[in-house]
Structures are given as C-alpha cells and as structure tokens.
Design a protein around this ligand. Structure first.
Ligand code: SF4
Ligand code: SF4
Length: 370
C-alpha cells in the first residue's frame, strides 16, 4: 500500500537494477539458428553446470524482492521445461517488493508483488499456463521468428501454434508481446510476420536484430544484418506499427548514428547499454551475469553483494565500454555505440566495434554544439 506520508527522497533497497532476467533452465525445445544463449556456443566455451532446484530458486526470488527488484522475467532456454516453473511463478506472485515511483516532487512507495514476465517459444503453452498468467497479470512474450521461415529458424515447429496462443491470450485478456529476432533470412517477411502476430492479438512487438553469440555464432554470416538491413528492419516495423496503431520496441541496442530516430513515432529504439543499469541475469546454475548475451559469469548468487565490486560489473555501471571511434560524440551519454557484448563476442573486447559496423560502415560521431 502507498506510504501515508509524503516522501521526497529514499535510499534504494540495494545496488541492483530493478529487473532480473531469470534463466530457469539450459534446456530448450527449439534449436533456433539465431539463439544467443552462451551455453550453445560451439566448443563448450560456456559450460552447463548443475541447475538450481525449486528450493534454491525460491531463495533467489525472495532475496531479489528484498533487494528491491520489481520486475522478474522468467526465461531460459525454454522456461516451461523447468520442473515446477508454474509453482515458482506462483511463489513469485506471493513475494513483496518495494515499488518506488515519482509523482511531481513526491516519491510514491508501494509494497506489492513484483511484476512478472514469462518469455516462451510457445511450444509447451497450455490452458494451465494461460490461466496462471491471467491470475497473476503475468506479461506473456512468445517468439515468432518468421512465417515461411519459422521452421528453418527454429528447426522444430510451425508458426500456427504460437499464433493460436496469441488468439487465446487475447480472448483471456492476458497481456502479450511478440518477440521477433530479425535475420537476413526473415527480413523479407517481417511485414507479414508482424501483421500476423498483431492480427492474432499480440499486444506489442519486441524486435531483436540477430546478434552473434551461442549457436548463432555458427550461422552468423548467414543471419547477421548489415547497416542497410537494420534500416530496412526499422522502416518496415515503423510502417506496420503505424498502420496498426500499435507500439513496439527494439530490444537490442543500436548505434544512434545508424538510423534517423525522428522517423519513428511508434517504434522505440534503444541505444544505451542497459546491462547492470536496468537489468541483470541469474543463470540456470545461479550465477549472475550482466546481460543475457554475456558469456561471462560474474559471481554465484549467494555472493551477490560482491557484484558491485566486480570489475566487469563496475565497467557496465560506469559505462566505460564505448569504442574509441565514438570519442567526442555529442550522443555518447545516451548511446553505447551498439551492443557491448556483441562487440566483445565478435571483435574481442567490450569496447570493440559492434558487428553492425562490419563492411566499411563506421560510427559517425555527432559534433557537440557550442
Ligand atoms: S558515434 Fe558512437 S556514440 Fe555517437 S551516435 Fe554513433 S555509435 Fe553512438
Ligand atoms: S550488452 Fe548488448 S544486449 Fe546487453 S544490454 Fe548491453 S547493449 Fe543491450
């Protein structure tokens, strides 16, 4: 309930960002060509360790809520393959977090359940899962990487199942978004993919450009968009969203000088790296990483307080990871020069160039005025 007294300032419950991405299991029922889960990288560079059990996950969930995390995002692998996933979502819905927001000069503090999100490939969706989402206002995200190319991308199933669950979710009033990873193979049908999802009832659109990592490393040359492909993706998405009068986001940050932000009224495109600032990850074995694209475990969850002193975490927090080519850019305070982990995976260092700059295109620093 909101505090009965006016509050003007307040110490944060902890140093943690407010969103925790929870990778519940390494397992998945799809074998997507583009999958960036680090444990699918060739050569076993990121090993799969023993997964946390139900009791351990409950301790993680409860501690995160005590530490001020207000958004819990269940993902994987495929989270619906995790034993007792539904019980863990029920448990999370009974936790309490401190939600702080500002209204004018006042801070409104409410202690209530965290917001819950479930990201699934849709293959194991059921009426039981849908009922759970409805009961606890779980925001349901389902992936649709193309229509005619769906099977080629997932190597398993067809898009009709996901579209059917969007229709059912809409009938039940469950909030949804469609997650579309855009590749060179499905860019040509992005318009139709978005349109089908929205017509089926998907509430919002979350686009992710293909980024190298995990299994996707093997297929990177066939899937990665160049700068022209990125611009085509943005223009198509904006066109569909305007026609449908809906809104969407690009989840994987893009260099600001690569596109004309003023051309977008319905598509929000992020440019600043949000890792360790807006979100962080707990992996299937309980290790903390800065981003789901990160191939580096930082600390085991039980040592989470040590995270704030970890040099990699500190680098993300201090935004000390911009490429030298961005030096002096007027937009440097709101643009990280692309994805920092994709840069590390593809070009070796956190402050390397984003792979979108392959092929001759380079960052174009915007001059400071005055
Ligand atoms: S030069 Fe670098 S910081 Fe500036 S807009 Fe381009 S990518 Fe972003
Ligand atoms: S590492 Fe990349 S994907 Fe992760 S938050 Fe930063 S820019 Fe985004």
């Amino acid at each position: 309930m909101p505090s009965p007294f006016p509050v003007h300032s307040r110490l944060a419950a902890s140093f943690l960002p407010r969103t925790a991405v929870l990778e519940m299991t390494y397992r998945c029922s799809h074998a997507c060509l583009f999958c960036s889960c680090p444990w699918y990288a060739p050569g076993g560079r990121f090993d799969e360790r023993t997964e946390l059990g139900t009791g351990q996950w409950k301790e993680v969930l409860a501690r995160l809520c005590r530490m001020g995390v207000t958004e819990l995002c269940f993902t994987g692998g495929e989270p619906l393959l995790k034993e007792d996933l539904l019980g863990l979502v029920e448990f999370a819905a009974r936790c309490r977090s401190e939600h702080v927001r500002s209204e004018g000069e006042e801070l409104i503090v409410e202690v209530k359940p965290p917001h819950l999100h479930l990201l699934t490939n849709g293959l194991a969706m059921s009426e039981e899962v849908l009922a759970l989402c409805k009961r606890h206002q779980v925001h349901l995200g389902m992936s649709l990487p193309g229509l005619t190319t769906f099977r080629e991308h997932t190597q398993r199933s067809e898009p009709q199942g996901v579209l059917r669950w969007f229709r059912r979710a809409a009938e039940e009033g469950v909030r949804t978004h469609v997650g579309i990873t855009v590749t060179r193979k499905n860019l040509h049908e992005l318009y139709e993919t978005m349109a089908e999802a929205l017509l089926a009832g998907a509430g919002e659109v979350l686009l992710n450009r293909f980024m190298p990592g995990g299994r996707g490393l093997v297929h990177a040359r066939d899937l990665m968009l160049d700068a022209d492909g990125i611009r085509q993706m943005l223009a198509t998405a904006e066109q569909v969203l305007r026609l449908a009068n809906r809104h969407g986001n690009v989840g994987t940050e893009l260099p600001r000088c690569l596109f004309d932000a003023s051309a977008h009224t319905h598509l929000k495109v992020g440019s600043d790296c949000a890792a360790a600032i807006e979100f962080f990850v707990v992996d299937p074995s309980g290790y903390v990483r800065a981003c789901n694209h990160s191939p580096e475990r930082l600390v085991p969850f039980e040592q989470i307080e040590a995270l704030k002193d970890h040099p990699v975490w500190r680098r993300f927090v201090a935004r000390e990871h911009q490429p030298a080519a961005c030096a002096g850019c007027a937009l440097a305070s709101c643009c990280a020069g692309g994805c920092r982990e994709a840069a590390r995976i593809w070009n070796g260092q956190l402050d390397s160039l984003d792979p979108v700059f392959e092929g001759g295109c380079l960052p174009k620093p915007v001059p400071r005025s005055g």
